[in-house]
Design a protein around this ligand. Structure first.
Ligand SMILES: Cc1cc2nc3c(=O)[nH]c(=O)nc-3n(C[C@H](O)[C@H](O)[C@H](O)COP(=O)(O)OP(=O)(O)OC[C@H]3O[C@@H](n4cnc5c(N)ncnc54)[C@H](O)[C@@H]3O)c2cc1C
Length: 353
């Protein structure tokens, strides 16, 4: 039996890595050697445990520890700050308790405490903010993590082939793992498996401010407005969940939405973003499940699929690679995958950033 992985992005390479650690030598097929449209290479590199479902929190806890302890990928430990207005009081109270129960170090701050830490922030319309300050959340360079998996795989004898998997003859006894982002839908269809996932174009803007960068600034996600930003270089990058475009044909950034993004940044940090300039932008595909925006990890006979990670495929890649490996090899699972199965009841993740 040969294990064949179609899609050599971050999930495919993480899966090949975990398989190789267990003595397997899978073949990985990647259609694009330059990774021009792959989502991981266009991601913001964020790692966080602030989610609303136990599965996503536990996958983050495992994955962040794995990246810090097992790889040599540089990690910027500035944390995440999620901002809640009054309408999200219930979500805040419930998910803070859940995250803390599951071992996350999320702290909740009142508007006054937020204003002391971030004097430039407008806090008048906030209920509370959730922050980590113990280096448990932050960001990495996604391409460096992918390169780490790839190098480990090569050293272990994994066969990485650049080109079309259809050029090879597959035996009916082969195990097929499809980890091709939202393209998984079309590939899985060829193998008779229906995977409800689509590519949603998500734009990230590069921003320069006249004022110096905030010291040790976390990734700030304003749940009310849908805008997030974090430091990058000597400026910032910023995204907005209100400008995602479903089933986009191209990856041209959503330029006109900059005005809305700026207004929301200015609302929250008026003095910081007052004289801000947008200096560039890029866009990439969020691989989004059309069921409920939660990931899909499942198998049908010898066909395994892992996709639908929206804005968390990079950070969850260590856990997902392990989960798929255990599924393929029939090893006792480290994670409860019931919330990720194809036939599940919808399970909404509230914090899609
Ligand atoms: C703008 C943006 C910001 C993001 N920010 C974050 C973040 O901060 N943190 C986070 O965790 N996640 C983030 N994400 C999400 C994350 O990038 C994705 O969830 C993740 O990359 C999914 O990994 P993947 O391996 O499934 O897909 P991909 O990374 O897209 O890899 C799929 C691979 O399959 C290949 N492929 C396609 N068709 C075929 C075929 N026929 N044969 C062989 N290979 C094929 C592609 O070329 C590609 O290399 C972001 C995404 C975007 C777009």
């Amino acid at each position: 039996m040969t294990i064949r992985i179609i899609g050599g992005g971050i999930i495919g390479m993480a899966t090949a890595y975990h398989l190789s650690v267990r003595g397997e030598r899978p073949v990985v097929y990647e259609i694009d050697r330059a990774y021009e449209t792959a989502s991981f290479a266009r991601s913001c590199g964020g790692l966080r445990s602030q989610f609303s479902t136990p599965g996503n929190i536990l996958m983050s806890r495992y994955s962040i520890e794995f990246i810090k302890a097992t790889t040599d990928v540089p990690f910027t430990p500035n944390g995440y700050l999620l901002l809640f207005d009054e309408s999200r009081r219930g979500d805040h109270d419930q998910t803070l308790a859940l995250q803390q129960d599951l071992g996350a170090s999320t702290r909740s701050l009142s508007p006054n405490e937020l204003a002391q830490l971030f004097p430039d922030m407008h806090v008048g319309d906030l209920y509370r903010g959730c922050l980590t300050t113990d280096s448990s959340e932050g960001w990495i360079d996604p391409v460096v993590l992918h390169g780490w998996y790839r190098d480990q795989c090569r050293a272990a004898g994994v066969d990485i082939r650049y080109g079309d998997y259809r050029d090879d003859r597959f035996a009916s006894s082969d195990t097929i793992i499809i980890t091709a982002g939202f393209w998984t839908r079309d590939i899985a269809c060829r193998f008779g498996v229906d995977v409800p996932v689509q590519g949603e174009k998500h734009t990230v803007f590069q921003v320069q401010t006249a004022r110096p960068q905030l010291t040790d600034c976390p990734l700030v996600a304003d749940l009310e407005s849908g805008v997030y930003f974090r430091p990058e270089g000597n400026g910032y990058i910023a995204g907005y969940d209100g400008n995602n475009e479903g089933e986009a044909e191209d990856l041209e950034p959503n330029w006109p939405s900059w005005d809305q993004v700026w207004e929301k940044l200015y609302h929250r940090f008026p003095t910081l973003f007052d004289a801000a300039r947008m200096t560039g932008a890029w866009a990439g595909y969020y691989d989004s499940s059309t069921l409920d925006q939660n990931a899909i990890i499942d198998c049908h006979d010898n066909i395994h699929v892992a996709t639908g990670f929206t804005g968390r495929g990079l950070m969850h890649s260590p856990a997902v690679g392990l989960a798929v490996t255990e599924q393929v090899l029939g090893i006792a699972p480290s994670f409860d995958l019931s919330g990720y199965r194809l036939g599940r009841d919808p399970l909404q993740e509230k914090y899609v950033i």
